[in-house]
Unconditional design. Sequence first.
Length: 160
Amino acid sequence: MTYDFRIAAADKVTMYRDLASAVEGLTAGEPDAVANMANAAAVIWETLPDVNWVGFYRNVGGELVLGPFQGRPACIRIKFGEGVCGAAAQSRQVQRVEDVHTFPGHIACDSASNSEIVVPLIRDGELLGVLDIDSPKTGRFTDEDEAGCVRLGEILSRVL
């Protein structure tokens, strides 16, 4: 089977709609969470402009542990409450940070990252992990990006 997802849209709403469809298609019927995270990270990485890291941290025993990703090597373990990912895990709320250098306790895994969005992945009340997307552009993530990423998180929470 060949996958060739080239998603280009004139506006973010359409782009995220098409990206959500691609993620649903890639993960449909696949029970392996790692495979689904890997393909999702790849298609999100290929689609979103101005990002330098896309990936997952899994909730393993109450600690975030690095999962599949696209980008430079990353921090392997993050405690709940530490950094942007840990804040998302602890609060179970989306963290959208315009300038990570002003975020208390930010963990600089990649010094090129300047803004970040982290979506907690929750199924049946259980935190599965987080979807983490970084950008070298300050203020990269908008309300439209947040809505699109939350939709991706909803899709992924069902297949992880």
